[in-house]
Design a protein around this ligand. Structure first.
Ligand code: SF4
Length: 709
């Protein structure tokens, strides 16, 4: 373990794992980080960090770091090549595919793990320079439903909250969210709440968070939309509606009230598996709370009707007037460290900087800001992740460039996804590690620097731009993704188009210009130095706000915690939020006689991250988590199958099977099982189906059978 006492100086940077965006103090010797501690003065984490953050440096030293470009030869073996050879081949192969099969026969899959400036560079390079029409992020897998829900309900993809709200609520409602495990520092903020808040958890599992709750609605899988409508029904019936707020700031209340009439608690109770009394109790807590905040994550987002579930939560927040005040809000928590950056800057779901590909005015504005021909900008968003994969199947996509993500592990219905990757004419993987499941399918690997080895910004869940910094040299010939994109621009022959994209802070300035006048305006930020000094800055922070804050006695810096919609003005042209409802639809693969068990998936531990490409490299993090797949089973199911705790079982779905150790626990209900997503085998089982509004995969509802192995 490096001894921080040997450091000769320190600096701060945000953590590179989850969307909490904790500040870490890096201890440096000769400009190289030799240790870290949580930053006590950072307004996010207040001196705390979870095990992943504490171990952030160690995973940079792994033996499987990609240190040189590699190309697969005719015998299927990887050979090291120079950057010049790799980039020449990269451009030749993609251009050849485009010329043979058409410009739309190539695509990229990106990530929520690289810096905002890198996302902007990739999106602009691929779509405005290389002629790619199709590209998406792995953020499609985690928060696309929240984006769609916010856009439709608020008129802008705008999570309204600030982390102080965790400490200022008197009632917190967590739907499909287990912050105790998935967002542990946010959970610590809840524990600091001085109001002794009532915590309500809506989750099919008795999670760690549910164990701390006053009310746990342990609902049946996929009954969340009906249950939320039942709660809404009862909020209206019991007179808990804030009619002043509803009349002044929303549209659609009459339709909402009419729609939920069919969802009386006694009707929904048997569908959802929770008692009428419990629904009443939760409604009273919400209705009588002074500051009620609603939080959701993947249990909602990763659902075939996730957008409408998210909007049912938003509706509850709006009709009870719980928004725009301390301790309130309809608050989606994102997953990855820069999922929020992807939403604004990746040039995938939105034209870069929250513009619209379909708008001629927006295209003209972006073209003028970037000094490029407007014809270079596609007139539609291109294909979402699932449609890109389907494009591979149909032979329309022949070349794929994968950046800092691992679809061979994480994409739904894994065997199918892997077969599709093998079907490609040309697959490039750009990653820190050359051993990922996806890299094994690649034709070319481009070695990338990781967190701690490059500069830029991440945007956390509460809209805070925070700085990441280069505090280590990348190994071998690995380069920052920013430098790889810069080099590709040059080799592709469009370097001149990106002549002003010289370094991350120069791109940050371009981003500021692109986003001016938007809800997410950051034109008032005075560069990286101010981000560093202020402990990050939440969007929006416009030039006008900055000028106004320079009054006498003011530092000119923004307040450290700011929330949206405090004036009740939303982003739709009429300034009013929309109350949106829809029909409840049945899941496509409910349990049956052959496959009698619901399979739930999710995050299993605080110590592992997604597909474990990084966290598995830390001996400390590995010790905190079983190194073999496990499945949580109820004791009744375990007895029926004839297995006891720790014995091996086979989990089979219609698509594949996985072997796992039985973890016999009462936290899942009979007829349900839970497998963490961190293990490679889990997605062999999952069913590829999607929320129609957001195209987000529905990872948490397929039918399996479990047998003694
Ligand atoms: Fe990093 Fe998230 Fe842990 Fe904070 S909670 S230290 S951001 S992984």
């Amino acid at each position: 373990t490096p001894d921080p006492m040997r450091a000769d100086t320190t600096t701060t940077a945000v953590c590179g794992y989850c969307s909490t965006g904790c500040g870490l103090r890096l201890h440096l010797r000769d400009d190289e980080a030799i240790g870290l501690t949580p930053e006590t003065g950072y307004p996010v984490n207040l001196g705390m960090a979870c095990p992943k953050g504490w171990e952030a440096l160690r995973v940079l030293d792994s033996d499987d770091r990609a240190t040189s470009p590699m190309v697969r030869d005719a015998d299927g073996k990887f050979n090291k090549v120079s950057w010049d050879a790799a980039l020449t081949s990269f451009c030749d192969r993609f251009k050849e595919i485009q010329s043979t099969y058409g410009p739309d026969s190539v695509a990229f899959l990106s990530t929520g793990q690289i810096a905002s400036e890198e996302m902007a560079f990739l999106g602009a390079l691929a779509k405005f320079g290389m002629g790619f029409r199709h590209g998406d992020g792995n953020t499609r897998q985690c928060m696309a439903t929240a984006v769609t829900a916010y856009k439709e309900s608020f008129g802008y993809d705008a999570p309204p909250y600030t982390y102080d709200d965790f400490e200022q609520s008197d009632v917190l409602v967590f739907v499909g969210s287990n912050p105790c495990i998935a967002h542990p520092i946010m959970w610590e903020r809840v524990l600091r709440n001085p109001n002794d808040p009532a915590i309500i958890v809506v989750d099919p599992r008795r999670t760690e968070t549910a164990m701390a709750a006053k009310e746990h609605l342990q609902l049946s899988p996929k009954s969340d939309l009906a249950l939320l409508y039942a709660i809404t029904h009862e909020v209206i019936q019991r007179g808990y509606v804030d009619h002043g707020f509803v009349d002044a700031h929303t549209n659609g209340f009459e339709q909402l009230a009419q729609h939920v009439q069919a969802f009386a608690p006694d009707v929904v109770s048997s569908i959802a598996g929770v008692s009428v009394d419990q629904i009443h109790s939760v409604v009273d807590l919400i209705g009588q709370g002074k500051a009620v905040s609603f939080w959701w994550t993947m249990g909602v987002n990763q659902s075939y009707e996730g957008t409408r579930v998210a909007q049912a939560i938003i509706n509850l927040s709006l009709i009870t007037g719980n928004i725009g005040r301390p301790g309130t809000g309809a608050n989606s928590i994102t997953g990855q460290c820069n999922a929020m950056g992807s939403r604004l800057w990746s040039n995938t779901t939105n034209l870069i900087g929250h513009h619209d590909f379909g708008s001629a005015d927006d295209r003209a504005k972006v073209a003028a800001e970037l000094d490029i021909p407007v014809e270079n900008i596609p007139t539609d968003t291109g294909w979402s992740y699932d449609r890109i994969m389907e494009g591979v199947r149909s032979g329309k996509i022949k070349g794929l460039w994968v950046i800092a993500t691992n679809p061979a592990h994480s994409w739904i219905h894994q065997d199918d996804a892997r077969a599709l990757l093998d079907q490609l004419d040309f697959l490039v993987v750009q990653d820190m590690y050359d051993s990922t499941d996806t890299a094994r399918h690649a034709d070319m690997i481009l070695p990338a620097a990781g967190w701690g080895e490059k500069d830029g910004t991440f945007i956390n869940s509460e809209r805070r731009y925070g700085l990441l910094k280069k505090v280590r040299k990348a190994p071998g010939e690995a380069l920052a993704d920013f430098r790889i994109f810069q080099a590709i621009a040059h080799y592709w022959g469009v370097g001149d188009q990106f002549r002003d994209w010289t370094d991350p802070e120069a791109v940050f300035r371009i981003m500021q210009r692109l986003n001016r006048g938007k809800w997410s305006d950051i034109s008032g930020i005075d560069g990286y130095a101010q981000l560093d000094r202020c402990g990050g800055i939440q969007w929006p922070w416009s030039q006008a706000s900055a000028q106004a804050s320079h009054g006498e006695g003011s530092s000119g810096d923004p307040a450290p915690q700011r929330r949206l919609f405090e004036d009740g003005n939303f982003a739709h042209p009429d300034g009013r939020a929309r109350l949106i409802v829809d029909d409840v639809t049945p899941p496509p693969e409910p349990p049956c006689a052959d496959y009698p068990t619901w399979l739930l998936t999710g995050r299993g531990t605080v110590s592992q991250w997604h597909t474990q490409t990084r966290t598995s490299k830390s001996p400390v993090l590995r010790k905190l988590y079983p190194n073999q797949p496990y499945v949580e089973l109820h004791p009744e199911d375990a007895a029926r199958i004839g297995v006891s705790n720790g014995e091996r079982v086979t989990v089979q779905s219609r698509r594949g099977e996985a072997t796992a150790a039985a973890m016999v626990v009462p936290t899942v209900r009979p007829g349900q099982a839970f497998m963490p997503m961190h293990y490679e085998s889990t997605n062999r089982l999952t069913l590829a189906h999607f929320d129609p509004h957001s195209r987000q995969p529905s990872y948490k509802d397929c039918a399996v059978k479990i047998l003694k192995a």
